[in-house]
Structures are given as structure tokens and as C-alpha cells.
Ligand binder design. Structure first.
Ligand code: ADP
Ligand code: MG
Length: 704
């Protein structure tokens, strides 16, 4: 591990080194940062990069009557009355009435101590109250004001002050004080941004940018479009692009092995396919074969909407590897998916006389030993599996190609680890998440991209309808009719927070109620089931013994049952658009007309309504993804929270996409001049990588 330059030490010290911050406060601060592991201490750096969400401008003192709903204001008021909640009823808030010349206002406190409030705001005292105005039943109120100050204390406050997303129990004062103290500790760094760029954009240096962000001199210098914020967003994007560029460099430095193939096995497989390849599939296969035949190692991302037919493309790549004397491995994120791939590939591989195996956590004992032996001796040509494939015990005789399905669940580091199993192994990643261009650049800037734009011919559009959950009983009885007509349907249950256990309860309950309607025509799969039971349920559904599959989102990725034609999604408003699109893509795979019913709980907010409308209007995954990005921001599109891919703390791709391109070009260009980050700017850039947690990439400079 490269050692961290000492200039960074003050930023990486634990927050508890600040005066007045003890372990208790540190623990509360830890809750602000979802990306920290539980055992990780909050560092000075973390709170410095904790961005404010708003600003109190104390010059904004409109008076009660003129204060608008949602505005953050400061009011100079006289305290008139305390109204404690009735004894023993903690749910009723404590209220305080106050007035100024223009009107009256209520201050609202939940779970507060009356004694304390009385001391803070005695009757008839004059107080400066800052906070967000809410108009409630026509009357203005402020719930939990950000500040309550007397004349003297107000005189000492800065006129402009930032507000942060808070966590319960951490006082705004403590946080602000800690941030102010931390600002003092920022070292003078050498500039890491290109001189021409920083000159043109008129950005401040790193330290000044943080100072302006946390203690802006006026409200104009604040916000996501201010020069300071833009600079910090650029810093963050530059760090991520530089890290990706370093990974790319490292991967490319290892020469690939040319795999030209003979084409004879490919022929056999094409003859065995029950369909013709689409043009898009042919093109993607040609791109892959081109990469594999070249001396440069392949690192390619195959993006194709659900049902676009990626599996067969993966198979063709594996066949090409085999024709050139290499083994290949196909890795899936779940066991269910690994088995499905295996089932798809097996008969085709048989037709070409190729030996395929499956390796997951389930293969045990002698069976497992046989498979491992086959891999080591080279008698197994292709293997499908889960993470188990890349444990130490799996040794390949001559691994030439690794395919990763649903790639976004794997980080850059895993990508590297995998391809290190063979020598100069080619890498093909496949994803059904239609990822907007900006995000591809952010997360996969190190890869070449093939896009499958069209779907296999003859598919009918899916009819999508939105229905209120109030009509659940109607929907259930319609599903019953459809099933009696011989149709097959999925029923996806609501996502209750990010909690697999709750999800599973919801699915179980829905299963019970549908079971009483349909009997054993219903099957259930969810994430908490043992893999064998999951597979049994899937099989019953595939074969048609079960005709309704109640599921949590475990069916989201990859599941392929072409004769299923109805998709019901309960509480559709709780899902991300990309996810809805993925789920809907489970139907519409065969020749029959398919339907998707989005059940929602009304009343819907404006955004939710807009999102469901997009689902009704479009089946184009890329368009849906772009819209999702626009409506929600990038946070969850890739499921980054679950996957542990670090999201951005400062940059917001809906606002800062232009900076991303700039950062990418700058990183690439710089590495051509200084691939070892050895020049003065190169050294400064190393600091940047540490600051934004991309220092893993520095290790690559040394290794091979
Ligand atoms: P995905 O891209 O979602 O992984 P799959 O590879 O699972 O899609 O393919 C979806 C379905 O489409 C499968 O049943 C597959 O056999 C079928 N399929 C793939 N390519 C074609 C094609 N060119 N014509 C018709 N059906 C195809
Ligand atoms: Mg697939």
C-alpha cells in the first residue's frame, strides 16, 4: 500500500481530536455519512466534505406577515405564551406563541422539555428566531427553529450561516463549530487542477472553496452553482476519472493474447439456435471478436435492455475463446441467475461438443472437487457461476475470458481481481441497466462500450396501465381469470425500505391472500429463501405447474420465462424507474401480447405521477433512465447504496455533467504526459485521490 503523504494527516485525523468533540458526538456525526463503515471513525475530512443544504441570511428579516411558506427567515419577536402538551401525551407538540409588529407566529417543538424552553424563551422576552416558515391552516409557524437568540447573542452571530442535513441528537451548533474548527486545519495544497482550466473558470483554490462553502460571505457565494461548489464538484469528478483512467492504463499495460478463433464451433451454435441473430447482436459480436483478436486486452461493457438477448452474445464470446484454446467463465450476481445461464447455454454448448459446468456455493463435496479438477485440467471449457468462481480454490488451466453479468454490482477493484485469475484475460461485462451516457463515463470510464439498441424482432409492445391499490380485489380477480385462461403472471411485492426482512413479510402475506384465491397455482420466491427452494419455485413457474409467481425484487435481474405475459407491481410508486423497467422487462419476451399493471397508492405527488406516466409512455430503457436521472438524481439509479459503489458527495450529475466530461478529458490527457503521477502536478493529484477516497488507484502505479 502506498503511504499517504503527511501533508494530509490533519484531514485524516479523527474528529475527536477537535476540542469539544467527544466519542458520543463523533458517533452521532458518524450517522451523517452512509459511506463510512460502522467501525470507521469520522475524520476531519468527512465533515469538511459534508455539504450544507441551505443558508440562513440574517439580513432576510421580512417580518411575520411577509414571510412566505418554505422561506428561511429570521424574525425579531416577543414571546407571548407557552402552551405545553396535555400531560402524558407526548405526541402533541409543545407550542409557543409570539408576535412582531406585523403578525403572530407559532413555534412548534416535539418531545421537548418545557423547563428548558421556558428558560430559553421567557414570557415577554425579545428573541431572534431563525428557521423555515411553514404556513399551516393559514397560520405561519416554525417547527424546531434553527436558532433562538437574544439580542446580545444575535449581535455575535454571522449574518450569513449555512444549514446542514442533520441527524437526530446532533445539535446544529456543535456541527457548525466543528466544521469551523476543521476549516482552520486545511493545509495549503499545491494546485492539482490544470492551470488553464482553473484560470478560465475563475475557481478559488481548494481551501478557499471549502471556506466559502461553509462560511459564505454572502448568499450569492453559496449554492451548487457557485464557483466554490463547482470547483469542489470538479475535484471530486477529477478524482474519480483519474482513478478510472489509472485502472484502464493498468489493464491495457498487460498485453492481451490474440484469439482469432476458427469459426467452426460458432457455426454449429448458430445452426442450433432456434432464432436468427438480430443486427444489433451481430454487431456486438463483431465488436467483441475484434477485441479478442487484437493484441490489446478486451475490457468491454455490453449494455442492452432487458430481453435484448445478451446471453447468446456472451456465449459467442466464450465459443471464440474456446476455438482459440481458452477456457471462459461467466459470473452472475445470484445463484438463480447463474443456474438460468447454465440452462440456456448447456444445450447449445452440447451441440458444439463443449463441456459446460456450473459452480456456486451449492456444489459441494465430490461434485465440487470434480468441477475444480475439471477447471484445473482444462476438461471443462466454460463455467457459469457466482462469486464462488473466483475464490482462491478455483484454478483454471487456461482462462482466457471472464464475463460478468449485471456488471454494475461489481466495483472497479473486483473487476481487477477477476481478470487477474488468468493471464491477460479478456473481460466482458454485461448489464441490462440502461445507463445514461454520463453515468457510463462516471463508473465505467475505463471500458469500451457496445450497446444493443433493438430487441429481437416480433416482440409486441407491452401494454402498461396504472391502477389504484384501492382496486386490488378487482386486479386479483382479473388475474384469476387470466390464469384460468392459461396465462402466466408475476406479482411483485412492495419494497419496504431497504430491508429484506420486511420485504419478505410483505411478499409472504400477499402470497397467502392470493393462495386462498388460486390455491397451488401460486408460487413464492424471495431473497430469504434457501436457494434450492427458490429454484424449485422458479421451476414450477417455468414448467407451468404454478401460474402466478409472487416475488420480491429477486426476479428483477435476468429471469427469463418467455411465456409469462402479465406483470403486476404493487406499490409501483416506491420503485425506481430503472427498477420498474427491469421488472416490466420480465414480460413481453414471447410472441404474445403482454400487460404490465402498476398498482399505486394514491394520492400521488407530482414527481411520482410524472414517473409512472413515463412508464406508461415509453418502453425505451435509455430514455427511461435519462428521465429517472433527471427526476431523481443519480443516487439510486445504479443501486449504489446497496452495491457499495461510492456515490458522489459533492457533484450532482444532473447539474454538473459538463464538469464530468472536462474531468475525463483532463485526466486522460494528463496521464499521457505523466503516467506515474511523478511531476509536481502529478504529486498534487495524488493528494486529490486520497481526499476523495480513490487512493486505491495509486497502488496500481506500482503493481505490474
Ligand atoms: P437479456 O439481454 O435480458 O439477458 P436474454 O439473453 O435472457 O436477454 O434473452 C431474452 C430472450 O430472448 C431469451 O428467451 C432468448 O432466447 C431470446 N432471444 C435472444 N436473441 C434472440 C433473437 N435474435 N431472436 C429471438 N429471440 C431471441
Ligand atoms: Mg441476462
Amino acid at each position: 500500500m502506498a503511504t499517504r503523504p503527511t501533508i494530509l494527516d490533519p484531514l485524516f485525523s479523527p474528529i475527536t481530536t477537535l476540542n469539544g468533540v467527544g466519542p458520543k458526538v463523533a458517533l452521532k456525526m458518524g450517522k451523517l455519512f452512509y459511506f463510512l463503515k460502522p467501525e470507521q471513525d469520522v475524520r476531519i475530512l468527512d465533515i469538511l466534505l459534508h455539504m450544507p443544504i441551505n443558508l440562513i441570511d440574517r439580513r432576510n428579516q421580512p417580518g411575520i406577515a411577509m414571510a412566505e411558506d418554505g422561506q428561511i427567515v429570521t424574525l425579531k419577536v416577543i414571546i407571548d405564551e407557552h402552551r405545553p402538551p396535555p400531560r402524558g401525551n407526548r405526541r402533541v407538540p409543545y407550542k409557543i406563541a409570539a408576535h412582531d409588529e406585523s403578525g403572530t407566529i407559532t413555534l412548534v417543538f416535539f418531545h421537548s422539555h418545557g423547563d428548558y424552553l421556558l428558560k430559553q424563551m421567557p414570557l415577554d422576552s425579545l428573541r431572534y428566531i431563525s428557521g423555515k416558515i411553514e404556513i399551516f391552516d393559514g397560520f405561519p409557524q416554525i417547527t424546531h427553529p434553527d436558532h433562538i437568540l437574544d439580542e446580545e447573542a444575535f449581535g455575535k452571530m454571522p449574518l450569513v450561516e449555512t444549514i446542514y442535513p442533520m441527524t437526530a441528537g446532533l445539535s446544529p451548533k456543535t456541527l457548525s463549530k466543528s466544521i469551523r474548527a476543521s476549516l482552520e486545519l486545511i493545509p495549503e495544497f499545491d494546485e492539482w487542477i490544470d492551470k488553464a482550466i482553473i484560470g478560465r473558470e475563475k475557481w478559488p483554490d481548494f481551501k478557499t472553496a471549502l471556506e466559502f462553502t461553509h462560511t459564505p460571505p454572502d448568499s450569492k457565494s453559496f449554492g451548487q452553482e457557485s464557483p466554490s461548489w463547482l470547483r469542489l464538484a470538479y475535484d471530486e469528478l477529477l478524482a474519480s476519472q483519474l482513478a478510472l483512467a489509472l485502472v484502464r492504463e493498468k489493464v491495457r499495460r498487460v498485453k492481451g493474447i490474440e484469439k482469432t478463433g476458427t469459426g467452426h464451433l460458432k457455426r454449429l451454435i448458430i445452426d442450433a439456435l432456434p432464432f436468427d441473430l438480430t443486427c444489433a447482436q451481430e454487431r456486438a459480436i463483431a465488436e467483441i471478436e475484434g477485441d479478442m483478436a487484437s493484441k490489446v486486452r478486451m475490457v468491454r461493457l455490453l449494455q442492452g435492455d432487458v430481453g435484448a438477448g445478451k446471453t447468446v452474445i456472451g456465449l459467442m464470446a466464450m465459443v471464440r475463446a474456446n476455438e482459440s484454446g481458452f477456457q471462459s467463465a461467466l459470473m452472475a450476481p445470484t445463484e438463480l441467475l447463474a443456474r438460468q445461464h447454465y440452462k440456456t447455454i448447456k444445450p447449445l454448448a452440447d451441440a458444439a461438443g463443449l463441456n459446460v459446468a456450473i459452480l456456486t456455493g451449492r456444489e459441494k463435496g465430490q461434485e465440487r472437487r470434480d468441477i475444480l479438477e475439471g477447471l484445473e485440467e482444462g476438461t471443462i471449457h466454460m463455467v457459469a457461476g457466482t462469486h464462488a468462481l473466483f475464490q482462491e480454490s478455483a484454478i483454471f488451466k487456461k482462462l482466457g475470458l471472464v464475463i460478468i453479468d449485471e456488471q454494475h454490482r461489481f466495483g472497479v477493484q473486483q473487476r481487477l481481481a477477476l481478470s487477474n485469475k488468468g493471464q491477460a484475460t479478456d473481460l466482458l461485462a454485461m448489464t441490462a441497466t440502461p445507463i445514461p451516457r454520463t453515468l457510463v463515463m462516471t463508473y465505467f470510464g475505463d471500458m469500451d462500450v457496445s450497446r444493443l439498441a433493438d430487441k429481437p424482432k416480433g416482440r409486441l409492445p407491452i401494454e402498461t396501465r396504472t391502477i389504484s391499490l384501492d382496486r386490488l380485489a378487482d386486479v386479483a380477480s382479473r388475474i384469476k381469470d387470466a390464469i384460468e385462461d392459461g396465462k402466466k403472471a408475476y406479482w411483485v411485492c412492495p419494497l419496504v425500505e431497504e430491508n429484506e426482512e420486511l420485504n419478505f413479510t410483505a411478499a409472504e402475506e400477499r402470497f397467502q391472500s392470493l393462495y386462498s384465491l388460486l390455491g397451488d397455482k401460486v408460487a413464492l420466491v424471495h431473497g430469504q429463501m434457501p436457494a434450492e427452494e427458490k429454484e424449485k419455485a422458479m421451476q414450477r413457474f417455468q414448467k407451468g405447474d404454478a401460474r402466478l409467481l409472487v416475488a420480491t425484487t429477486v426476479i428483477e435481474v435476468g429471469v427469463d420465462v418467455p411465456d409469462a405475459t402479465i406483470m403486476v407491481i404493487e406499490h409501483a410508486e416506491r420503485f425506481g424507474l430503472a427498477q420498474l423497467h427491469q421488472l416490466r422487462g420480465r414480460v413481453g419476451r414471447g410472441q404474445e401480447q403482454s400487460t404490465c399493471l402498476l398498482l399505486y397508492k394514491g394520492p400521488l405527488g407530482e414527481t411520482s405521477r410524472a414517473r409512472l406516466q413515463i412508464m406508461k409512455d415509453s418502453e425505451d430503457g435509455f430514455l427511461i433512465a435519462e428521465e429517472d436521472l433527471r427526476l431523481r438524481g443519480e443516487g439510486d439509479l445504479l443501486g449504489t447504496k446497496q452495491s457499495g459503489i461510492p456515490g458522489f458527495k459533492i457533484a450532482d450529475l444532473t447539474l454538473h455533467a459538463h464538469l464530468l466530461e472536462l474531468a475525463r478529458d483532463d485526466a486522460k490527457l494528463f496521464l499521457t504526459k505523466d503516467p506515474a503521477l511523478a511531476s509536481p502536478r502529478g504529486k498534487a493529484l495524488r493528494n486529490l485521490l486520497y481526499i476523495f477516497d480513490r487512493a486505491d488507484a495509486i497502488r496500481l502505479l506500482r503493481a505490474g
